[in-house]
Ligand binder design. Structure first.
Ligand SMILES: *[C@@H]1O[C@H](CO)[C@@H](O)[C@H](O)[C@H]1NC(C)=O
Ligand SMILES: *[C@@H]1O[C@H](CO)[C@@H](O)[C@H](O)[C@H]1NC(C)=O
Ligand SMILES: *[C@@H]1O[C@H](CO)[C@@H](O)[C@H](O)[C@H]1NC(C)=O
Length: 239
């Protein structure tokens, strides 16, 4: 009986979704629940162009990809970038000094931004924890990615999210022969999905494990493996 009611409810909500004009107009099928990812940052250059994603890892620190150069401002606490969020100015960019794009390896693709002032943490803004050990995640660990993707049709200003699971490194080398221990691969196993912008976080069990570095049009995508850089992070955030 309980089962039947569930099915009926499901059918009902499905048919409502089919007929409700508001539902039909919703152009953001992967939209995140507003303000459910309070660590997300949108990165802007000095002309106010959005260049990358990032995430808050300390009260005055945002993490992103080293491919995102000269970040001038970050927007925190936003869901709809057109209408909400608080802007903080960047004091200094600290890309990893051994970052290189030579041979398309994008090695050491990690970058910390020190903000000019401490962030006011509130209901829309919080810090994402970093890993505490350098261990690899096991294959198929469940993770999520989020970002504002310019490739999202009709809603490039709305935060979206998606599930992704960890690929074994050796399996990933079939897609990307050059990845090393500083990288981690994750993605949906089946469906093709544009995976957002450089600098977007890969979050597993509530911890930041990856920074989106590069991807083919199809999964998996390659992330910087944050756990490989804990000494560098500690040293840099002491500045
Ligand atoms: C790039 O590849 C060339 C030839 O395979 C190699 O000699 C060179 O050391 C590589 N550079 C880097 C930065 O890995
Ligand atoms: C959090 O976001 C909501 C929705 O955009 C907004 O109404 C509220 O004022 C924000 N809270 C703070 C503390 O900025
Ligand atoms: C992600 O996976 C969870 C279950 O692990 C599921 O409930 C949720 O709907 C999925 N989200 C998306 C956007 O596919």
């Amino acid at each position: 009986m309980w089962r039947l009611r569930q099915v009926l409810l499901l059918l009902l909500s499905f048919s409502l979704a089919q007929t409700d004009p508001l539902q039909r107009q919703n152009p953001c099928p992967n939209g995140a629940i507003p303000h459910s990812r309070r660590y997300m940052a949108a990165l802007l250059d000095y002309q106010n162009n959005r260049i990358c994603g990032g995430f808050l890892v300390g009260q005055q620190w945002v993490m992103t990809s080293a491919r995102c150069r000269n970040v001038d401002m970050v927007v925190l606490g936003a869901h709809d970038l057109k209408h909400d969020g608080e802007t903080y100015r960047v004091d200094k960019n600290y890309p990893h000094k051994d970052y290189t794009f030579k041979n398309n390896t994008f090695s050491n693709d990690i970058h910390l931004l020190k903000l000019q002032s401490k962030v006011h943490l509130n209901e829309n803004i919080s810090i994402l924890p970093l890993p505490t050990s350098s261990r690899d995640l096991s294959e198929r660990t469940h993770c999520t990615v989020a970002g504002w993707s310019p490739n999202q049709e009709d809603c490039p200003y709305m935060l979206y999210e998606a599930n992704a699971s960890i690929y074994d490194r050796r399996k990933c080398q079939k897609f990307y022969p050059k990845i090393d221990r500083g990288k981690i691969c994750a993605g949906r196993q089946t469906q093709s999905f544009r995976q957002g912008e450089m600098g977007d976080p890969l979050v597993c069990n509530g911890v930041a494990h990856g920074i989106l570095s590069y991807s083919n049009p199809c999964p998996p995508a390659v992330y910087t493996r944050i756990a490989q850089y804990l000494p560098w992070i500690k040293k840099t955030m002491a500045k």
